[in-house]
Ligand binder design. Structure first.
Ligand code: AR6
Length: 170
């Protein structure tokens, strides 16, 4: 069954879903933006699990375009799926690693048995991906995904991002 795509403007840390996706960096050790908000609100258990993942599986960091899960600490969600978006390198930047973030996050969600998943607009903040293109890649990739996830909810922080995603949904 195709995933039902929904859009909300708001804060991803407040979403009552099975899993929230974190726009992390390859260190998995936190940062600003969504990453900072998730760790702040979710509490120290998430970081402890991230450190464990670094120690056991990702000594050199989580590669761009991949995804890995931890529990969600004090967030309403059950899991956080951490993925690393690509940094935009200017005109002609390859969108494939950005698409991979969405695809791999859904793959991890399927492995967990998550049926509702909230995504931020990956790479559109500190990593500077143009919003319109990032929205197109996000929506196309989730639409095309072969997944058991029933709802993929894009959670857009501001009106501009919401409008860009809404334009892609049609
Ligand atoms: N809920 C939903 N969306 C949010 C929230 C929130 N609480 N906070 C920010 N956004 P960014 P990136 C939006 O910078 O571009 C971090 O330092 C924000 O408006 O969080 O993938 C990591 O550690 C923007 O549209 O992620 C990495 O080093 C979108 O989320 C780096 O930033 C993504 O912005 C990753 O950069």
């Amino acid at each position: 069954m195709p995933t039902n795509i929904t859009l909300v403007q708001g804060d991803i840390t407040e979403q009552d879903v099975d899993a929230v996706v974190n726009a992390a960096n390859s260190s998995l050790l936190g940062g600003g933006g969504v990453d900072g908000a998730i760790h702040r609100k979710g509490g120290p258990d998430i970081l402890a699990e991230c450190r464990e993942l670094r120690a056991t599986q990702y000594g050199r960091g989580l590669p761009t375009g991949q995804a890995v899960a931890t529990t969600a600490g004090r967030l309403p969600a059950r899991w956080v799926i951490h993925t690393v978006g690509p940094v935009h390198q200017g005109a002609g930047s390859d969108p494939a690693p950005l698409a991979s973030c969405y695809r791999e996050s859904l793959r991890v969600a399927d492995r967990l048995g998550a049926r509702t998943v909230a995504f931020p607009a990956i790479s559109t903040g500190a990593y500077r991906w143009p919003l319109e293109e990032a929205a197109r890649v996000a929506v196309e990739t989730v639409r095309a995904a072969d997944t058991e996830v029933e709802e993929a909810r894009f959670v857009l922080f501001d009106q501009r991002a919401y409008t860009a995603f809404a334009a892609q949904i049609g």
